[in-house]
Design a protein around this ligand. Structure first.
Ligand SMILES: [Fe+2]
Ligand SMILES: [Fe+2]
Length: 300
């Protein structure tokens, strides 16, 4: 049954689709001479999406100045085109994958909390190492595990079996998925990212976040892989010592060190301390992307 699941996913007709505006914005952003006006006009074609983008731009996570950003045009001026395109991509993928019919709502909530925490921690690592990944590390962290949503949605029982097996054996989820389903969330996520035309670095992160040495975009995939581990460690309430030991043994850590990033100068105690506080940011992010609250946000 080896590649059966992957083949089945490839033939699923009712796989979620990305909002057409998001596809258009990603296409526009690849053009070197795209104007602010063209991007903001494009996002405005989808008012709920525009409302969510603006709400996120005003959240503590993205907000740059003291004043509220009232228009998308202003958001692009303040935050830069890349960051607004990043937000649009994140919000679009989340709205396509978010409100699904999963029976395990608790697990789904936990899943998104993990993804948002991974994005937030990736952003802290980028800042600390002065890597200037320009928000791509956040989007990559947010979307690294999207393959799990598809497995949960379309192969729910087997996915739950894999979840139970990984707990029982204390093995990584992808090993259990391979055994039960014959494919991993990395392959499925990569397939979906490519099908949706998401930027190549996102597809790469989806496929390689557990083995960043195989990635094409090694720097950003390594950042996301470390952030993924820290997010998991936080959920499990590991102590700082254990974490630093684990992290320094990780592929992502070695790759970044080899690239010349000052890994030893990273104060792990401080990162650990900072991510203790991440729960509030995660909550704010969730509230910013939820439909109801975004629609209440009037200035679009
Ligand atoms: Fe994963
Ligand atoms: Fe993960």
């Amino acid at each position: 049954m080896d590649r059966l699941i992957l083949q089945t996913v490839k033939h699923l007709e009712d796989l979620p689709t990305l909002p057409s505006v998001a596809v258009e914005v990603m296409g526009l952003s690849r053009s070197p001479d795209v104007s602010i006006k063209a991007i903001s006009a494009c996002i405005h074609k989808d008012p709920p999406l525009a409302a969510k983008v603006l709400k996120l731009a005003n959240s503590a996570f993205y907000r740059r100045g003291a004043h509220e950003i009232e228009t998308l045009h202003r958001a692009i001026l303040m935050m830069g085109l890349n960051e607004v395109v990043n937000i649009t991509t994140s919000v679009s993928v989340l709205s396509s994958l978010g409100p699904r019919k999963s029976q395990e709502q608790g697990l789904r909530k936990k899943f998104w909390r993990h993804c948002i925490a991974t994005g937030l921690i990736a952003r802290r690592i980028d800042t600390r190492l002065h890597m200037s990944l320009q928000g791509r590390e956040f989007v990559g962290g947010l979307l690294h595990d999207i393959g799990k949503i598809i497995l949960d949605e379309y192969f729910h029982d087997q996915f739950m079996q894999a979840h139970a097996l990984s707990l029982e054996r204390q093995c990584p989820m992808f090993e259990a998925e391979q055994e039960i389903l014959g494919a991993t969330h990395m392959e499925i996520g990569h397939f979906l990212a490519q099908k949706w035309g998401l930027p190549p670095y996102i597809a790469d992160i989806c496929l390689h976040h557990h083995h960043p040495q195989d990635a094409r975009f090694k720097d950003i995939t390594s950042v996301v892989s470390i952030a993924d581990l820290l997010a998991k460690a936080k959920e499990l309430s590991c102590g700082g010592d254990t974490m630093s030991f684990i992290l320094k043994d990780q592929q992502g850590w070695h790759i970044l060190k080899k690239m010349g990033h000052p890994m030893d100068s990273i104060d792990l105690e401080r990162i650990t301390f900072e991510i203790e506080d991440i729960g509030e940011e995660v909550k704010e992010f969730i509230s910013a992307i939820s439909d109801q609250e975004a629609q209440e946000h009037a200035h679009v």
